[in-house]
Design a protein around this ligand. Structure first.
Ligand code: PRP
Ligand code: URA
Length: 207
């Protein structure tokens, strides 16, 4: 399925500030929220509408209202949490699930530790995680959602390496990917280059 790169100038400008190692935790978190709102605008662009007759103070009209699947935002912990508030500002009625996983520092393989999603599987799931590096975490998170019965899934990341995009496209060709930037590659520790460092640590100020 499609790879969407949101190259809106405001998104690119804000992302450049986030990449700068001098940017504070407070600013990093705020910018991630702002970019998530812009990306949410694009991720919802094809949402279907239906027409409902309403009465304005002047006359009757057929007014467009959203008609598609309801939304679940599913952040991959921890860093994916930083993208939730921006999306909720756009889709305040969305449910929020949680997928707990971290990347083992030595093997770089994802390790699951928590999973909680709404019971109704007939929803569109927007998986959020700022970093798509090897793609292992996103691929396993999406596989877990599919095993649970979700069939309509989109992946929203901030920065990706080509390897991560390829991994998701090969393992989950039905999942559209939304990015703010496709970077050059990975270093020997599977960090994205040029990237922005460890997103979880920068959001939560843990290093
Ligand atoms: C980071 C990031 C992704 C994952 C990406 O999480 O937020 O979940 O690594 O790497 P991958 O594509 O190679 O799997 P991390 O393990 O650092 O956990 P954290 O969010 O709790 O800091
Ligand atoms: N996780 C991060 O937070 N950053 C990277 O560059 C790769 C994985």
């Amino acid at each position: 399925m499609a790879l969407h790169i949101i190259n809106h100038p405001l998104v690119q400008h804000k992302l450049s500030i986030m990449r700068n190692k001098e940017t504070s935790t407070m600013m990093f978190r705020e910018l991630l929220k702002e970019i998530s709102l812009f990306m949410g605008y694009e991720i919802t662009r094809d949402f279907p509408l239906e027409y409902e007759e309403i009465e304005t103070p002047l006359q009757r009209m057929n007014a467009p209202t959203l008609s598609g699947k309801k939304v679940v935002i599913a952040p991959i912990l921890r860093a994916g949490l930083g993208m939730v508030d921006g999306l909720l500002a756009l889709i305040p009625s969305a449910r929020v699930g949680h997928i707990g996983m971290y990347r083992d520092e030595v093997t770089c393989e994802p390790v699951f530790y928590y999973y909680k999603m709404p019971e109704n599987k007939d929803r569109l799931v927007i998986v959020t995680d700022p970093m798509l590096a090897t793609g292992g975490s996103a691929c396993d998170a999406i596989a877990r959602l599919k095993r649970d019965g979700y069939t309509s899934i989109r992946l929203m990341c901030l920065v990706a390496a080509p390897q991560g995009v390829k991994a998701v496209q090969e393992r989950h060709p039905d999942v559209d990917i939304y990015l703010a930037a496709l970077d050059e590659g990975l270093n020997e520790r599977n960090y994205i280059l040029p990237g922005l460092g460890d997103a979880g640590d920068r959001i939560f100020g843990t290093r």
